[in-house]
Design a protein around this ligand. Structure first.
Ligand code: ADP
Ligand code: ADP
Length: 226
């Protein structure tokens, strides 16, 4: 739940940009929510504040009843996937997926098992010994999703995860994301500027513009003004 969330960027003490403007929003748990809006409307800024990578100027963020506004990103229990995957090129797929578990008190055997389970969930269990450079874009994005899920986060945040993929892989990967969300039941926020993509993947769509929520509802019930 976002409560009066606001982010103002100040550049060189002169220009102010109100990226997110007093946004109040309750996101249903266990669903796949599409956060849709034109470029520059504040989607990434919202996602970065939810993740804890960016501090709000004012307002609050709750996960369930927990106020996480002041919690560090690592302590929020979120999984993040960006459009450019950000995999470690020198590590294998297995090492990439396992990496978030290294600083936790997870025994090696269990880490390997959880890594395998996640790889299987996203359908890349045959590719664990490869390096990212030996994978297609769609496969790399699945690795990124497995890595985001291995810590069993409460919320999965996907920032334009399909935009670097070609048309065919985009369709295929979005079906995969939908399936993974259904199988795990994890609350997922999927940021996109692509209306068709949002309509096809989301249980509910939040339409954003100029830093505020314009509408929220099931895809068929949301009408957007391009
Ligand atoms: P979207 O993800 O919807 O494309 P963003 O959240 O990236 O939009 O950006 C919202 C607004 O905030 C834009 O006007 C953008 O230029 C501005 N903005 C984003 N990040 C910064 C920053 N670090 N400094 C200054 N302005 C920023
Ligand atoms: P797509 O058709 O999905 O874009 P690619 O043509 O990139 O996929 O790859 C087809 C298959 O070849 C995939 O299974 C991928 O893992 C494998 N592959 C691609 N590049 C390499 C590489 N450099 N080394 C080994 N396997 C590769």
């Amino acid at each position: 739940r976002l409560e009066n969330l606001t982010k103002v960027f100040v550049e060189k003490k002169q220009k102010e940009t109100i990226a997110v403007n007093d946004m109040t929003l309750t996101i249903p748990s266990g669903k796949l929510i599409g956060l849709l809006g034109p470029s520059g409307c504040g989607k990434s800024t919202t996602l970065f504040m939810i993740s804890g990578l960016l501090k709000p100027t004012s307002g609050k963020i709750f996960f369930g009843n927990d106020d996480v506004t002041k919690l560090a990103a690592e302590k929020r229990g979120i999984g993040l996937v960006f459009q450019n995957y950000a995999l470690y090129p020198h590590m294998t797929v297995q090492q990439n997926i396992m990496f978030p578990l290294e600083n936790l008190n997870v025994k090696r055997d269990e880490a390997i098992e959880r890594t395998y389970d996640m790889a299987k969930l996203v359908g890349i269990e045959e590719l664990l010994d490869r390096k990212p450079g030996q994978l297609s874009g769609g496969q790399q994005q699945r690795v990124a999703i497995a890595r985001a899920l291995v810590k069993k986060p409460r919320v999965l945040l996907l920032d334009e995860p399909l935009s670097n993929l070609d048309a065919r892989l985009r369709l295929q990967t979005r079906e995969e994301i939908k399936r993974i969300q259904r199988e795990t039941g994890i609350t997922t926020i999927f940021v996109t500027h692509d209306q068709e993509e949002a309509m096809s993947i989301s249980d509910e769509i939040v339409v954003m513009n100029y830093g505020v929520t314009q509408q929220m509802g099931e895809p068929q019930k949301v009408y957007t003004n391009p």
